[in-house]
Design a protein around this ligand. Structure first.
Ligand code: HEC
Ligand code: HEC
Length: 273
């Protein structure tokens, strides 16, 4: 055997071993090798928003189912799993196999941290999953949550009336504290859990309503950022003279404002800040 031939033989056998080795590894991982789909980009170079299909659902049925789902899977699950379940019954895949148990994480504003209310995490995640233009819908649901006295309806599945309260915040912490103040109930009581289930039901209903409206081309935001918050944002948010903060929350839930900068704001909103 000359050197060239010998080399070819060696290279060939290495290649065979290589391929055989690779297929063993692949077999160990999965019978059919799969790759993640290529990431698509939009005109701004961001990951392309590619919503899953949505069909109109019954908001009141969603409300009643969400009440029960909240009690078994907590607040984010209550909203998210309910709508996924209802879509799976009308559309089938990918909703039949779409994982929902991961949304247990939202409980108590993410595992008890009192951050963004889990109902809103579920609503915003769901809206983002199925809406071609999700932001106006999420804004509406968040404003509805903040400024509406909730619960505003008793789900058919609920067995008691709950003292309503205005959260004035998207945060679990502030929402619950405003309610314990109003109701006199404790934050870890059974009644509080049922209160949050009724809130979940209201947010699920609202989520379905705005998605249905967008689907039929009739969406118009009815819950909007109040004028006073818009005023604060005009100076402190994007493009304002200060531009030192960002957010659409109610500034006055946490700040008292400032006389010297905005002396006449008291008159405008009719309360001392
Ligand atoms: C006309 C523009 C303007 C508006 C409207 C405005 N701010 Fe300010 N804000 C300022 C300026 C300028 C400062 C810096 C003042 C300073 O350093 O003395 C400031 C400072 C602040 C600070 C820092 C702490 C402080 O008191 O200095 C907070 C908090 C704040 N604003 C909240 C608000 C809230 C809440 C609203 C709405 C109720 C609001 N601002 C509306 C211009 C504005
Ligand atoms: C959930 C509570 C909360 C809400 C709602 C909130 N803030 Fe704040 N904000 C804070 C806290 C906490 C700080 C930090 C204060 C500090 O460290 O002194 C802060 C700081 C600020 C500051 C000072 C920044 C600086 O550089 O000193 C401004 C201005 C401000 N917020 C404006 C706003 C405006 C305008 C809104 C409404 C759009 C708003 N905040 C909503 C809690 C909140």
């Amino acid at each position: 055997m000359d050197r060239r031939k010998a080399l070819k033989t060696i290279v060939g056998s290495v290649a065979v071993v290589g391929i055989a080795g690779a297929s063993v590894v692949q077999n160990a991982v999965a019978a059919k090798p799969k790759t993640r789909p290529e990431v698509k980009f939009d005109k701004k170079g961001k990951v392309y928003h590619d919503p899953l299909p949505y069909v109109a659902l019954d908001p009141l049925e969603a409300r009643d189912r969400a009440y029960n789902n909240k009690l078994i899977g907590d607040c984010q699950y209550g909203v998210f799993a309910t709508i996924i379940e209802m879509l799976s019954e009308k559309i089938g895949e990918p909703y039949l196999s779409y994982p929902t148990t991961v949304t247990r994480v939202g409980a108590g504003g993410t595992v008890g941290w009192g951050g963004t209310c889990g109902a809103l995490l579920g609503a915003s995640e769901l809206i983002y999953l199925v809406s071609p233009d999700p932001v106006p819908l999420i804004d509406d649901v968040f404003n509805f949550y903040m400024y509406t006295s909730l619960p505003d309806q008793r789900p058919k599945t609920a067995n008691e009336d709950i003292v309503p309260s205005i959260a004035d915040s998207i945060l679990c912490h502030i929402s619950i504290s405003h309610w314990t103040e109003k109701s006199g109930a404790k934050a870890f009581s059974k009644t509080r859990s049922k209160r949050c289930a009724q809130l979940d039901a209201a947010i699920t209903r609202r989520t379905v309503e705005v998605l249905n409206a967008q689907l039929s081309g009739n969406f118009k935001a009815t819950s909007v950022i109040p004028a006073v918050v818009a005023e604060c944002r005009a100076c402190h948010d994007k493009g304002g003279e200060m531009e030192n903060t960002r957010g659409k929350q109610d500034c006055l839930a946490c700040h008292s404002g400032h006389d010297e900068v905005k002396p006449n704001i008291y008159d405008r909103i009719g309360k001392k800040i």
